[in-house]
Design a protein around this ligand. Structure first.
Ligand code: ADP
Ligand code: MG
Length: 367
């Protein structure tokens, strides 16, 4: 089921009587979620992710704009009639019911033509439980399950109605690191097996990048960029997006473009064309540095952190906006800590320029 969001806006009235300022939680959000895909809705806390999800679910009404499921305008439709499955961060299971009763619950309220026989309900519940691999826990209570198992029950409960759209709001945030990794792979597997169009909300860029067909990056209610995770990472539209994606994060420098060269301090790090002379912010991905004895960029060497296959070289430079610069280098390279300096050449496609005021991308061609 394709989902279309058309100029969706949500304005909350002021909570603070003194300032009287309303909150524009979501501002003119337009996007088409292709049928059967998993979309990662990504951004820092408070940027409007949940509000967007609640509007898709019908829990909140948009101030303006429309929502379509396929060709159906569902903007005015109640949550129960939208055919969605919802999963929250805190599982929201009924504590006094067994796993089986929790999963059966949404089916017991079906009415009219949708009403199922007892056998049909049980079959559906067991199928959903098998899909998330909890079919052996059906008689337990939620308190007798781990966090990961509880979240599986919540997912089974969302899937049992065979929803047209699956909506997940930070579903992994309460799990420990290992379970988070495992459960996100599970969610991807289930989504692929069922082919249900899915919106996955998270503030964790790595999580969104790893499982999404497409990501939508939001800031203060406004969509910044949409695209395949790798495309957005490789071609960020502004400094916010560049900084939000990637671990370790992108390194940012004050610099300039002068006479066809990109300067960090006195060091000319790249020859470019088709860009006017100007002061810029320069972003360089950690994997964009190449160790080289006569490299263009000279930094003061602080430390080398071993990460196994790679090492992280920590250095400083007066032009760096952040306290330290982190580059990721293949561990086979030897870094001479005693020398106190490190020199790099910069991989051109790992360097981005941004306007100093607007922080929008400044495009150039490599000479
Ligand atoms: P996210 O899920 O990305 O953390 P939310 O969608 O929950 O963000 O919130 C977006 C903005 O809207 C925030 O500034 C939040 O304080 C505000 N907001 C959310 N819900 C309400 C509400 N019911 N009333 C007033 N303001 C709200
Ligand atoms: Mg939220």
């Amino acid at each position: 089921m394709k989902v279309v969001l058309q100029n969706l806006t949500k304005i909350f009235p002021s909570r603070d009587k003194k300032s009287g300022k309303e909150v524009v939680a979501v501002n003119d959000f337009t996007f088409e979620i292709p049928d059967g895909k998993l979309i990662g809705l990504l951004g820092p806390s408070g940027c409007g992710k949940s509000t967007t999800l609640y509007m898709i679910s019908g829990l909140q009404k948009p101030t303006s704009g429309k929502i379509f499921f396929g060709d159906d305008d569902v903007t005015e439709l109640s949550t129960e009639n939208r055919g969605i499955g919802l999963v929250f961060q805190n599982y929201a299971l009924y504590p006094h019911m067994t796993v089986k009763q929790n999963i059966l619950f949404p089916l017991q309220n079906l009415k009219g033509a949708d009403k199922l026989s007892k056998e049909e309900m049980l079959e559906r519940a067991y199928n959903a439980a098998k899909l998330v691999q909890i079919d052996e826990l059906m008689d337990r209570k939620p308190s007798e399950l781990s966090g990961g198992q509880q979240q599986r029950v919540a997912i089974a409960r969302a899937l049992v109605k065979m929803p047209r759209v699956l909506l997940l709001d930070e579903p992994l945030s309460n799990l420990d690191a290992r379970l988070r990794l495992q459960t996100r792979e599970e969610i991807r597997r289930i989504q692929k097996e069922t082919g249900i169009t899915t919106v996955f909300v998270t503030h964790d860029q790595e999580e969104a990048m790893s499982i999404s067909d497409m990501i939508v990056v939001m800031k203060l209610g406004v969509v910044q960029q949409t695209g395949k995770p790798q495309e957005v990472y490789d071609d960020p539209t502004n400094l916010f997006v560049a900084k939000f994606l990637g671990t370790p994060p992108i390194n940012v420098f004050n610099g300039s473009v002068k006479g066809g060269k990109v300067y960090i301090g006195q060091d000319a790090v790249l020859e470019v064309t088709n860009v006017a002379d100007q002061d810029v912010l320069i972003g360089i991905r950690p994997e964009g540095f190449e160790l080289c004895d006569d490299g263009a960029l000279c930094c003061t060497l602080n430390n080398v952190e071993v990460m196994g296959r790679d090492v992280s070289v920590v250095s400083t430079n007066e032009a760096s906006v952040n306290p330290v610069i982190r580059s990721i280098i293949d561990a086979d390279n030897k870094v001479d800590l005693a020398s106190g300096v490190v020199r790099y050449n910069i991989k051109p496609h790992k360097l981005f320029l941004f306007n100093k005021e607007t922080e929008e991308r400044v495009y150039f061609e490599v000479k």
